[in-house]
Design a binder for this molecule. Structure first.
Ligand SMILES: Nc1ncnc2c1ncn2[C@@H]1O[C@H](COP(=O)(O)OP(=O)(O)OP(=O)(O)O)[C@@H](O)[C@H]1O
Length: 282
């Protein structure tokens, strides 16, 4: 019972977000974008320039724990190391009263999750492969910098003017760094979580396999009353794409790197090349 009371108190009072219209230093809060593992993200305006930015505040309940400050400091280090237009950039970091804030560029546009599940965009196999090529190139760029994202999922990709933008670097790690703030190894975690959180290219490759399946399922309509089957039975895929997903998901000999997979994907796209096609609204 005490745990429930504590959780209610934390969510209702302690971690209550700032209201829209509040001024925090040079920024004015527009609204909350979401609450993540360590922080509260706001869309805000930088008052002197009118620029829209994202403010990420360490949750007050984590303020005095090593976790909150360390996670924010690490995300700042990661974002500061990047300079690519398709990732957010770190603009500032400051303390207001007792709260620490990280400021980053705001990337506007729908996420792929919103496009697929709210707007009902259906993408066929070839088009999915083209989306995956663009997303894979972003992940390969991170790997070239020694960085593993570890959270490559459809809600973390914003789609704007035909290009993907990868956000949410809260779990990203440089190769060689510890996988968690608490433990040196992941051995206490269930095996799938170990795979997803490994600080190695394999974890992003595995996430890209699931990502691919989410896109492919956008064109799938289940038969009324039919029992659920495996993805290999439900989706009518070409042998090349099926084999690629099996390798990404480590069901077959996995790829050694994202670039190795991208080479195979490029061959598929060349073989099936066709003129511009458009996502269909269902
Ligand atoms: N740079 C950005 N541009 C646009 N939207 C962003 C940006 N960063 C975060 N967001 C949005 O803000 C929301 C909250 O982001 P945040 O990174 O705090 O946490 P999360 O993704 O909800 O969780 P976690 O950090 O635990 O993975 C997300 O839903 C995301 O869509």
């Amino acid at each position: 019972m005490w745990t429930h009371v504590k959780e209610w108190w934390t969510n209702t009072f302690l971690d209550k977000p700032y209201r829209p219209g509040t001024t925090i230093g040079a920024y004015n809060i527009q609204h909350v974008l979401g609450m993540g593992s360590y922080g509260i993200a706001y869309l805000a305006t930088h008052t002197p320039t009118g620029e829209q930015v994202v403010l990420k505040q360490v949750k007050p309940s984590l303020r005095h724990t090593p976790k909150g400050a360390a996670m924010q400091a690490y995300e700042r280090k990661v974002l500061s190391s990047l300079s690519h237009p398709q990732f957010p950039r770190c603009l500032d970091a400051f303390t207001y009263r007792k709260d620490s804030f990280l400021v980053m560029t705001y990337l506007s546009g729908p996420t792929l999750e919103e496009m697929l599940f709210e707007r009902g965009i259906a993408v066929d196999e070839y088009e999915c492969a083209r989306y995956m090529q663009q997303i894979g190139q972003l992940v390969a760029h991170l790997h070239d910098q020694g960085l593993i994202h570890r959270d490559v999922r459809i809600p973390n990709v914003i789609w704007q003017d035909g290009q993907p933008y990868l956000i949410d670097f809260g779990l990203a790690r440089f190769i060689g760094d510890k996988p968690t703030y608490m433990a040196e190894s992941l051995s206490a975690y269930p095996s799938e979580k170990q795979l997803k959180r490994e600080v190695a290219p394999a974890s992003d490759l595995y996430a890209l396999g699931h990502f691919f399946l989410f896109l492919l399922y956008s064109g799938y309509s289940p038969e009324e009353g039919a029992p659920e089957r495996s993805w290999e039975e439900e989706l009518a895929l070409s042998p090349e794409i099926r084999s690629m997903i099996r390798k990404l998901l480590q069901m077959d000999e996995p790829y050694g790197s994202v670039r190795e997979w991208l080479q195979e994907l490029a061959l598929y796209l060349q073989r099936h090349e066709r003129s511009e096609s458009r996502p269909q609204q269902t």
